[in-house]
Ligand binder design. Structure first.
Ligand code: SF4
Length: 369
């Protein structure tokens, strides 16, 4: 695994995208059709780094094992001497962080918003076109639809050029409008899932969590629009003390009013960003009180709507619901605790985010025999 940001040396002024190829190092001859103009092929490995050559010239990459990064796509910033990892070829799920701006300030936000924005869509487009066959690419922020013109164009172009790819876009759902009908109808609806958070049936609770007056009303209006457009929606609800009591009411509302959604994901908090700052006030220990979560899941599932538990350690979930708790924490940011040693379900448990503190907050946690 290479880190998100690595050191490089390249003789260029402007940022550029490259895909690392190690074919020759493996003893395989690169086939001509396999090498794109964005590929750089491993030439040699020395004490001073791995040397790659390509149409744009040589680059040198420091601190990585080339054998482990064949097919990785990087955004190289030669002036800074760094490269950001955009695509891991070994993963079918890569995410582009397209902006750090957002119009909400959610209490548990793991990526607190920043004012600064640089448009990297052209680089993301190049990277997406170099993604492995059949990949799903995540789009996140910040709030990606603050730049919805660029986003819609990006989706349309990549989906047209790569019929095998699909996207999962995280959005607060605040910025869609009737005016988007035409452009959205040109995007292949079957290959884009919109992950949209709804925290409560109660508008005051939702608005307080996202720190934006009127957000709930706007969201419901836009969810109706998404329904009319035939968009695939994954509704997301982060489980927190302020909204846990209202979870069954939200489940009833989803079953009665939003049956068109593709899935409902109840998510555990991430201990980073504002989530870490507000942890003591917000974290709900489901290992102590799963009943209210279980009842809410049962309710929507009884109406034919899929419901899932994201970021839940399996031992904090009663056995009948463990099949609904996939390992959603990506392997590169996943960690386990001492308690996990010898656990019989470790290979299918997502564990914890790497940055989760040792005093984990779950009162009941331990290896399942
Ligand atoms: S003990 Fe660890 S590996 Fe086992 S279920 Fe709990 S968190 Fe997952």
């Amino acid at each position: 695994m290479i880190p998100l940001r690595i050191k490089v040396e390249a003789n260029a002024d402007q940022p550029f995208v490259v895909r690392l190829r190690s074919l020759e190092a493996d003893g395989r001859e690169p086939k001509t059709e396999q090498v794109s103009p964005f590929d750089v092929v491993l030439d040699r490995i020395g004490p001073e780094g791995a040397h790659y050559v390509g149409e744009g010239g040589p680059i040198r990459i420091l601190g990585i094992d080339p054998a482990k990064v064949d097919g990785y796509v990087l955004l190289v910033n030669p002036r800074r001497g760094t490269a950001d990892r955009l695509i891991r070829s070994s993963s079918q799920h890569n995410t582009f962080l397209v902006t750090e701006r957002c119009d909400q300030v959610c209490l548990m936000c793991s990526q607190p918003p920043k004012r600064h924005h640089v448009d990297l869509f052209p680089y993301f487009e190049t990277a997406a076109l170099l993604a492995p066959e059949g990949a799903t690419i995540g789009i996140s922020g910040g709030e990606p639809t603050l730049f919805k013109g660029e986003l819609f164009d990006f989706l349309q172009r990549v989906l047209s050029a790569r019929p095998d790819l699909s996207f999962h876009v995280l959005t607060n759902g605040q910025h869609f409008g009737e005016g988007d009908r035409e452009v959205m109808s040109r995007i292949d609806r079957g290959r884009v899932v919109w992950g949209i958070p709804l925290y409560s049936r109660d508008a005051a609770v939702h608005d307080e969590i996202v720190a934006k007056a009127g957000a709930h009303e706007q969201l419901l209006e836009n969810l109706a629009l998404m329904c009319r457009l035939g968009a695939q929606v994954e509704l997301r609800t982060v489980l927190m003390r302020p909204n846990t009591d209202g979870l069954p009411k939200l489940a009833s509302f989803i079953a009665a009013t939003l049956p068109f959604i593709r899935t409902w994901a109840i998510m555990q908090m991430e201990n980073i960003g504002f989530g870490r700052m507000n942890w003591k006030r917000l974290f709900y220990d489901n290992s102590e009180g799963f009943d209210i979560v279980g009842r809410s899941i049962d309710l929507v599932r009884s109406r034919g709507i899929d419901a899932w538990l994201y970021n839940f350690p399996l031992c904090t979930v009663p056995e009948p619901y463990r099949g609904l708790a996939p390992a959603t924490i990506s392997d590169w940011k996943r960690a386990y605790r001492d308690e996990c040693n010898g656990c019989s379900v470790k290979d299918r448990c997502g564990g914890f985010f790497e940055w989760h503190p040792a005093n984990h907050g779950y009162s009941k946690l331990g290896a399942i025999q």
